[in-house]
Design a protein around this ligand. Structure first.
Ligand code: AMP
Ligand code: ZN
Length: 483
């Protein structure tokens, strides 16, 4: 392969723990399923890292010219407070503690999640598949595998994990002692067996329950993803994604069900990909610890959502990423610098576009391609983009068009975002942008009249209100972000 050829797309497959070249099941296509949120609460910014990663993957597949079909599910029933069949249904529990209906809770948090998807410039999937819209089909799925692979207990229908080959190979925990497993259900044949249908306990009524051959109840969480992924993408599809916690229980269980349903050893998806955690100083960010960080809290501080996206792109998706306010602020500053570069470039690009790409720009394209094809190495792509902005001697129109292509992968919205858009008011401020502009006009007038004392008073007043003046910059001022 010469340096000018496009690179093959290499991805880390959690199943084999190896980097593999992407080979689509259907030529020219990419069919991707992403485990979506459980909508009993807001998503924290760690959860959003999982969707930024899936979006980067989807955008990269588009960059490589594959026709993408991306499905993300919404789990609005069936996810228990423990992954190991223990505890309550997260939705029902939230309904009980809030006094709202489980359906209202699902709607509220799905909308909140979609708003964050939008703010992070995550592309819309081909379909958001909502679990409760598919319960009848999930029952059919379960019926199809019940005889050969399941057994019934008082609490539900259980999948016998010894009926499929190689159970747990994804987790690399093939024995009953797999990490984190709790044998919470009496009568289970193996600790790794799991509920595919959970019966409503006798004498109780759940807000979300359906009739089934095993009695009234709700589908198991793992069943949902097996049924929905194969419904929309086929019995064998290309890539399945999720956070690294899913490698231990949720995805091995999906694989077992897929094998049972398809009556073959194949795991359903060729490649299983997992993003690592966003952590904070206390460890993995999670929702069980009371207060948790969600995107709105960053926005309330004055940190633009796309600065958080950039912060995620600065780390490889398979590395842990530590959240700190300093890191978030540094990403905001980096995004500002990039936008200054883009603004300058935009002032230079008028006139005809040359049809042949300058050889140096082709080199940039190749370098970027090589980095993103190396298991989505976004941290390596960013300096290539920054370097491109600095290439003042290369034709501006071509640089701009290449930048647009790079940004189609990174999703930072660089051509429509302006530095002014990054300036979002922290929730704590007590002055509006209009008032600041009016005061700055007054200050300008004072300076013209050589009344420097009056100009200084205005500066101090604004500074006391958290406004930093930037003399000489057309933007004139910024919010001072306190962390
Ligand atoms: P949930 O709403 O709990 O089902 O989680 C949604 C997604 O976020 C799943 O893919 C999880 O694996 C992922 N996830 C959960 N916590 C984190 C974290 N701290 N960092 C990155 N991804 C996470
Ligand atoms: Zn899932």
């Amino acid at each position: 392969m010469s340096d000018n050829d496009p690179h093959p797309l290499n991805l880390f497959n959690s199943l084999t723990r190896e980097i593999e070249e992407y080979q689509p099941v259907h030529p020219g296509e990419a069919r991707v399923y992403t485990c979506g949120p459980t909508v009993y609460n807001y998503q924290h910014i760690g959860n959003m890292r999982a969707y930024i990663f899936a979006d980067l993957l989807g955008r990269t597949l588009s960059w490589k010219s594959y026709r993408l079909t991306h499905i993300i599910n919404i789990t609005d029933v069936g996810h228990l407070t423990s992954d190991a069949d223990d505890g309550d249904d997260k939705m029902e529990k939230a309904a009980l503690t809030s006094g709202k209906s489980a359906w209202d809770i699902a709607k509220y948090y799905t909308d909140a999640y979609w708003a964050d998807i939008d703010r992070l410039n995550i592309r819309q999937p081909a379909k958001w598949s909502i679990a409760t819209d598919h319960v009848d089909e999930m029952i059919e799925f379960a019926k199809g595998i019940a005889d050969k692979h399941c057994y019934e207990l008082e609490s539900g229908l259980y999948f016998d994990t010894s009926t499929v080959p190689d159970y747990g190979r994804l987790a690399r925990a093939t024995t009953d002692d797999g990490e984190g497993r709790i044998d919470a259900v009496a009568g289970k044949r193996h600790q790794t067996d799991f509920a595919i249908w959970r019966k409503t306990p006798a004498g109780e009524t759940r807000q979300m329950e359906w009739d089934s051959p095993w009695g009234k109840g709700a589908p198991g969480w793992h069943l949902e993803c097996s049924q929905m992924s194969m419904k929309y993408l086929g019995e064998r599809f290309d890539i399945h994604t999720g956070g690294i916690d899913h490698r231990e229980i949720h995805h091995p269980n999906e694989i077992a069900q897929n094998q049972a349903h398809n009556a073959c050893d194949h795991s359903g998806a060729n490649i299983w990909m997992h993003n690592n955690f966003l952590i904070d100083r206390q460890g993995k960010m999670s929702k069980s610890t009371g207060d948790f960080l969600r995107l709105q809290i960053l926005v309330d501080k004055g940190i633009h959502p796309l600065a958080y996206r950039l912060m995620c792109l600065q780390a490889h998706y398979r590395s842990e990423l530590e959240f700190s306010w300093e890191n978030a602020l540094a990403a905001l500053t980096r995004l500002k610098r990039i936008l200054i570069g883009v603004e300058k470039l935009l002032t230079k690009t008028e006139g005809e576009k040359a049809s042949i790409e300058h050889p140096r720009l082709l080199e940039f394209r190749q370098k970027f391609d090589s980095a993103i094809c190396d298991d989505l190495n976004s941290p390596k792509c960013l300096p290539i983009l920054e370097d491109l902005l600095n290439q003042k001697k290369l034709p501006a129109d071509q640089r701009l068009s290449l930048l647009e292509d790079f940004d189609a992968v990174l999703g930072l919205n660089l051509l429509s975002l302006s530095r002014k858009d990054l300036r979002i008011s922290p929730a704590s401020v007590s002055i509006s942008a209009d008032e600041i502009e009016a005061k700055l006009n007054k200050r300008h007038q004072a300076k013209v009249e050589k009344n420097f004392a009056a100009a200084d008073v205005i500066r101090d007043e604004l500074s006391a209100k958290g406004v930093e003046l930037m003399d000489g910059d057309p933007l004139r001022w910024e919010w001072e972000i306190t962390i």
